[in-house]
Design a protein around this ligand. Structure first.
Ligand SMILES: NC(=O)c1ccc[n+]([C@@H]2O[C@H](COP(=O)([O-])OP(=O)(O)OC[C@H]3O[C@@H](n4cnc5c(N)ncnc54)[C@H](OP(=O)(O)O)[C@@H]3O)[C@@H](O)[C@H]2O)c1
Length: 158
């Protein structure tokens, strides 16, 4: 099973200058809880923005370059990444925009954090067709412990 997980601002922005634009500790905890123990697949730029492999998860990095990254499996396409795992494994696509664009059409589940605030940034989540998805869970927070705007955790199945 292929799952996409992302946090998206009200205006579609997901990042700027290869980093995140907000710090929502509840969202980071949610991401860790949902993805721990499962493979995570990401683009080379997202790996660089993280700076290290995520612990307790098999990290797969997609690049066109012939490189090795310590603690990660390096592959050259999304298909190659997905082929590493059996069909009953939940594989998480964790970004960024280039990889989301390829993964959304084939994803089975979508974990979306809606950040109810607009940000200026150079990277946006691709358009997605909400009518193809069924919302199965939603939890809204009026603010975070250290974050001043509302956000909602949503889960969709195709
Ligand atoms: N808000 C969120 O939840 C969230 C999550 C993740 C990331 N982000 C943000 O998103 C931004 C990064 O996204 P991005 O779109 O710039 O980069 P990205 O998708 O993380 O990585 C792009 C790189 O992946 C490789 N790649 C992409 N398509 C490929 C293909 N078909 N075959 C082989 N390799 C391929 C290329 O690597 P090479 O150049 O090495 O060939 C490409 O430069 C950052 O600002 C980050 O903070 C936000």
């Amino acid at each position: 099973m292929v799952s996409v997980i992302v946090a998206v601002a009200e205006n579609g922005v997901i990042g700027d200058k290869n980093s995140l634009l907000w710090h929502i500790s509840e969202d980071l905890r949610n991401f860790k809880r949902i993805t721990s123990g499962h493979p995570v697949v990401m683009g080379r730029k997202t790996f660089e923005s993280l700076g290290r492999p995520l612990p307790n998860r098999k990290n797969v990095v997609i690049t066109r370059q012939d490189i090795e990254i310590e603690g990660c499996e390096v592959v050259h396409s999304l298909e190659e990444a997905l082929a590493m795992f059996s069909a009953d494994e939940e594989i998480f696509i964790i970004g960024g925009a280039q990889i989301y664009r390829e993964a959304m059409p084939i994803a089975d589940r979508f974990y979306l954090t809606r950040v109810h605030h607009s940000y200026e940034g150079d990277t946006s989540f691709p358009e997605w067709n909400e009518s193809e998805w069924q919302k199965v869970d939603s939890e809204r927070f009026e603010r975070g412990e250290k974050y001043e705007y509302p956000f909602t955790f949503e889960v969709y199945n195709r």
